[in-house]
Design a protein around this ligand. Structure first.
Ligand SMILES: [Zn+2]
Ligand SMILES: [Zn+2]
Length: 295
């Protein structure tokens, strides 16, 4: 498999001189299989340059997997060039909201309502095929197998694991390790603690032994103190989880938009030092636009 990173920021695109090295686009990852299968994970603004690239290739079938519909994960969809090619087929997968019942098709249609965008989804040239996904699904695309898992976030968020020829990639989408909302003297504390341990174990089991883990690590420990429940992980929580799951290579992503490249380097270095990273640990790096990984 081949993986290329096209967008690494959380929340908001931040172009400019201070984000040139890691990139200013929001989440988008491309994964290709050996038969040129084209999988895209999320449609943040990074999907715009990816789309410009794809229309210059022979690829006519695209599989777009959306983790969830927060803006930074669908913001680039409207300007995804292959939408406007009549010889392209795009399969779009995403979660259906269990509360509102809204599907991925509903959300993307609403995003292109005439109040927000001049071209409506029903009028694009490409052939679109929508599929709702939920945790525990398995989708086969030629030799690639995509498995789904619901990672804890403020909205329903589906993470994807792609397997091919004994190699694997996982992208969590946005994810916060669940916290116990009760204090330890609350009678509900211990039941909640038990159920949270079970959820954590299920999450670790899904990640177990993965070759490449791309994980939401938006915050530092200090920032997280005032951001409980905002739906994101920390650099340290990602290190702990990657160690526990024996991941081989780890990319921290969903970089906070307020962080410059130099600040990113600094918080990354501090986190590695604090956690005493050694040669037995997974290989850790910050996700960077343009980064290519062959597995
Ligand atoms: Zn996000
Ligand atoms: Zn989100």
């Amino acid at each position: 498999m081949y993986c290329k990173i096209w967008g690494v920021r959380g929340s908001l695109p931040v172009p400019g001189a201070s984000t040139l090295r890691y990139g200013g686009n929001t989440t988008c990852i491309e994964v290709n299989g050996h038969d040129d299968e084209c999988i895209i994970l999320d449609a943040g603004t990074g999907i715009f340059p990816l789309g410009q690239h794809l229309v210059r290739t022979e690829i006519k079938k695209i599989h777009l997997f959306i983790t969830h519909t927060h803006w930074d994960h669908i913001q680039g969809f409207t300007m995804f060039q292959p939408l406007f090619s009549d010889d392209v087929e795009i399969h779009i997968y995403g979660p259906k909201d269990p509360t509102s019942g809204l599907t991925i098709k509903d959300h993307l249609t609403n995003q292109m309502d005439r109040h927000f965008f001049p071209v409506q989804l029903q009028n694009v040239a490409a052939r679109l095929i929508f599929e709702d996904v939920s945790g525990g699904d398995r989708i086969q695309i030629n030799s690639l197998i995509v498995k789904t898992f619901e990672f804890n976030h403020t909205a329903i968020n589906i993470g994807y694991r792609i397997d091919s020829e004994n190699r694997s990639i996982i992208f969590t989408g946005d994810h916060e390790w669940k916290l116990n909302p009760h204090s330890s003297d609350d009678p509900r504390f211990s039941n909640m603690e038990q159920s949270m341990r079970a959820i954590r174990q299920e999450t670790i089991n899904f990640i177990k032994g993965v070759d490449l883990l791309i994980i939401d690590s938006a915050y530092t420990e200090e920032e997280y103190l005032t951001r409980h429940g905002w739906g994101h992980g920390t650099l340290d929580s990602s290190i702990t989880a990657a160690r526990e799951a024996c991941a081989k290579q780890v990319l921290f992503t969903h970089h906070d938009p307020s962080r410059t490249d130099d600040e990113l380097d600094k918080v990354f270095r501090e986190s590695l030092e604090r956690n005493a990273i050694n040669s037995k640990d997974p290989e850790f790096a910050l996700a960077k636009e343009g980064m290519e990984i062959k597995l």
